[in-house]
Structures are given as C-alpha cells and as structure tokens.
Design a protein around this ligand. Structure first.
Ligand code: GLN
Length: 496
C-alpha cells in the first residue's frame, strides 16, 4: 500500500472502507507529518485529542457498516471558518485566542459526512491578500520553492494539499483566494457560484463576494467535498441559494452529450477572452495554458475567441467594493463585542483606537480606511455607486460571452508565484495580480483552477475554467476529463 499521505480523498476513503487502514491511523499519520513540516507555515492550530476523537467516531461508523465517500478522511479548514474544536483567528491578532461556540455550516456538514478535521490553516488576515504574507502569524511557504509565496488568501490551505499534509482542505474565495493559490501550488481548487455554500460561520470579509470552496489534488476529490458542503442554509445565511443540494460527481467520466469516449468533450465550446491572453500575461504562464487548451481540443472541445472588455476595470471596482464591505464588516471588532482590547486607554474612543490599531495589520487598516472613505457622504456616489454600476456591466459581459461558448478558460494568474517579500511594500502590485480572478468573482460565477504545467523555476501554472451560474458540475466534468488525459495534478514537490 502506498504511504497514507500520498493518497487522495477517494483512495483514502476506499482504504479505510476496506480495512487496510483506519481513520485513526490516517489521522495520526497526517498529524505527525503536518507537525514535522511546520517550517511551511501551513497550519495555525492543532487539537490532537479532538481530531482523534473525530477519527474514532468515524471508525465506529465504518465498523457499523456505513460506506460514504468522505467517511474517516482527514481534511483541514482555512482558519476563516469558525470551529468549536479549534481556535479561530482569521489570520489576525484581533481574534487571537477566540474560540467559537459553534461550527460553521461548511465545517459541520463535512463533519457529518464523516470527514475528520486535522486543524486550522494559515491565511491572509481576514482573507485580505493574495500571498499569505498578510497573516499575523507569519507567511506560509510554497512547497515548490520555499522562498516563494503560495498565493493567497487561502495560502496555508494550498500548501497543505501540495505538500501532502492533507488530502483536501476548505478555502474561501472573495476575489480569487482559492483559484490563485491553487494555481501557484499546483493543485485543484474550485469556488462555486456565489451563495451555493453557506457563509454561516465564515468570518466575513466582503459579504457580496465571499464564497466557500475546496482544494484537493484532483477535480474528482473536489467534487466529493463540494457535494457534502454545498446546499441551502437559508435559516442561517440569507444569501444562501434556496436550491436543493446536488451531486457534483454526477458528470465525472461522462462524455458530453453526443460525444464519444475518445473525444468526451466533443460539442463543448470553450471561450477564450482575448483580454486574458494579452501583454499582461507572462510567457512562461501562457505556454502551459495554451498547451492545456490544445489538450482540451484533442478531447473534442472547440476553442472560440470571446471578449470580456471590462476585465481591466475589475481591479478598481473590486478594490472599492471589497474594502467598502470590509470596513462595515470589521466594525464589530471594537474590543467590546469582539476582539482584542488594549491594556491601557484613556476613554472609550481611545480604547477603540488603541485596540484596533494594535490588533489589525497594515493591509486590513488600509482597507478599512479606503472602505470608510468610499462610503462616506460626498464620495459614495462617485466611488461606491459607480463601482456597483460597473460591476453590473462586468456581469453582463459574461452573459454576452456565454451566448458564444459554454465555459471560459484562461490563466488563473498572470505570473507564477513570486518571492516572499517581493511585493510586500507595494499593495497595488498585489492588487494587479488578481486581474484574472476578480471578474468572475464580481459576477458571482463558479470557477476553478487545475494544474496545467510548469513555468520558470519549475513553478506550477494553473488553467482557470469559469462557467455560468450553477455550472459547477460541468466545470468539474471538464477538469476531470483533462486530468484523465494529463498527469500535472499528480506531480508533487520534492523534499517532502
Ligand atoms: N487577493 C484578493 C484580495 O486581496 C482576493 C482575496 C480573497 O479572495 N479573499 O482581496
């Protein structure tokens, strides 16, 4: 039998069901491995007793004859989901030592499906960032080159999967935080349609954009977790879509309608937005993305050029809307209701100022200031309202494109992972790197990134696929067909 950490979700579940290993053994193995590789900065918290208790409960369900796709499989959660068994920090000093009295809906559902939680994963503070360098608990390191960022904000999540410290993890994506780190770390990650997963118990960043998702090695494993996580939760999250849950594995391995086994994607039209293939994309990213598209063509898909003419505007629009919503969401951390309180202060106002200045990092403070400014009287119409109007136009551009194609493909990010520190003092340089993930986020569309090869320095490159609302199963079908034909997703960094 191969090493337990080399197994994906499906393999591990099978080995547990067959009695070749147990959930307890797999949990112990992965916990030991995670603790052996703390230099990667992937995990922020463990609770071995709680993890092992969950594993024993799963083993009891197996012994009682239960056979479900996640039963006993150890996973880990981005530290933005609140958890009863582990502390939750959202990567911030503000929430240091916080323990939630309940589990986020996503966490609870995966637990009910039999998954075991190994711990909590590093992320940018309040999910603000694209490099994991904004975490108050230090950066996470890209296992393909430890001097480089893993991407963010779900950086610890991506590192855990890439370095084989967990077979699958949760993440969140507000403007690309699943797809971009998946691309940088050579793993598969999907952000479903806005509203498809409950946001109950997900620490809020920008409520009109925040969405939970999953990262794993393969699209098939992502489908298994997403099936357990997604679905309505309207009593607890009013933005949760009131639509029945669905089986995201149902189209895997199935040929497209009217297609053949040799050409399973025949009839599929893949739109390539010309704005995603221009000067702004590094040549070492473009080459593997083009090769991946040629592979999809071989599988029967046809490629058509489309246009998303307002792609560039997605950056200024997102960096008005997201900070505006963040400034409002983060007002709850006042040292009274929630969060750190300064030890010494003169009066109430001074207490607010000192508590928030001490506990929020520079990027979070920057966004609170921007957000407060764009929402203030006199600027609201010029910035916030204008941004909302352009957001609508960006969404319409996608609908126009989807009249010509079934899904949209392009790079997930314009470059491979950059060096830790390289962009640390330049917020705008960080914001520009989000150009290919922000448009889909603003439109509320599902998107995923699959490993598509390597760029300079042997660093992974991701192919992004975006679909219309609720087309997750179709996206996963295409990603799976690609992964049946290629082996990029099976490659792992050496030294682990
Ligand atoms: N990089 C983007 C930002 O900094 C996206 C973050 C996210 O999706 N959480 O806001």
């Amino acid at each position: 039998m191969k090493a337990l950490h080399e197994m994906g979700v499906a393999e591990l579940a099978q080995a547990i069901a067959d009695g070749k290993t147990s959930s307890t053994e797999a949990t112990q193995h992965l916990l030991a491995r995670a603790k052996q590789h703390t230099q990667l900065g992937a995990y922020l918290a463990f609770n071995e007793d709680a993890s092992l208790a969950q594993a024993r409960a799963a083993d009891a369900r197996v012994a009682a004859g239960e056979r479900t796709p996640l039963l006993g499989v150890p996973i880990a959660h981005k530290d933005i989901f609140v958890t009863r068994d582990f502390p939750t920090t959202a990567g911030s000093k503000m929430l240091e030592g916080y323990r939630s009295p309940f589990d986020a809906t996503v966490v609870a559902r995966l637990g009910q499906a039999g998954a075991v939680s190994l711990g909590k994963l590093n992320c940018d503070e309040f999910a603000m960032g694209g490099s994991n360098e904004n975490s108050a608990y230090g950066p996470a390191r890209n296992p393909w080159d430890r001097a480089r960022v893993p991407g963010g904000s779900s950086g610890g999540s991506a590192v855990a999967v890439a370095a084989r410290l967990a077979p699958a993890v949760t993440g969140t994506d507000t403007g690309g935080s699943i797809r971009q780190p998946a691309s940088f770390c050579g793993i598969t990650g999907i952000k479903p349609t806005y509203g498809r997963c409950s946001r109950h118990g997900m620490v809020a960043f920008a409520s009109s954009l925040d969405q939970a998702g999953v990262m794993a090695r393969s699209a098939a494993d992502c489908a298994t977790l997403l099936t357990a996580m997604a679905g309505p939760d309207i009593d607890r999250d009013s933005t949760s879509l009131d639509l029945p849950a669905e089986d995201y594995s149902r189209l895997l391995g199935k040929p497209n309608e009217g297609a053949t086994v040799a050409q399973p994607l025949k009839g599929l039209r893949i739109g390539l937005p010309k704005e995603f293939f221009g000067d702004g994309v590094a040549a070492d990213v473009l080459a593997p993305v083009r090769a991946a598209l040629a592979e999809l063509e071989k599988l029967g898909a046809s490629l058509v050029e489309v246009s998303l003419p307002r792609t560039e505007l997605a950056i200024p629009v997102y960096y008005i809307i997201a900070p505006a919503e963040a400034s409002s969401n983060l007002s709850r951390y006042d040292g009274v209701k929630f969060g750190h309180r300064a030890a010494r202060y003169d009066d109430l106002i001074d207490m607010y100022k000192k508590s928030r200045s001490e506990a929020f990092g520079p990027e979070v403070q920057r966004r609170i200031m921007i957000g407060t400014y764009v929402l203030s009287h006199g600027y609201y119409d010029a910035y916030y309202l204008k941004a909302q109007q352009i957001r609508r136009l960006i969404a319409q551009d996608f609908q126009q494109a989807f009249t010509q194609c079934d899904l949209i493909a392009g790079p997930a990010a314009p470059t491979v992972a950059w060096a830790i520190g390289e962009k640390a003092d330049d917020p705008v340089a960080n914001y520009l790197a989000d150009i290919f993930t922000l448009p889909g986020s603003l439109a509320g569309l599902p998107g995923l990134s699959v490993p598509a090869g390597f760029g300079l320095g042997g660093l992974p490159v991701g192919l992004q696929l975006m679909g219309n609302h609720l087309k997750e199963a179709g996206l996963l079908q295409v990603a799976h067909a690609f992964q049946q034909a290629t082996d990029w997703h099976t490659q792992s960094p050496t030294g682990f």
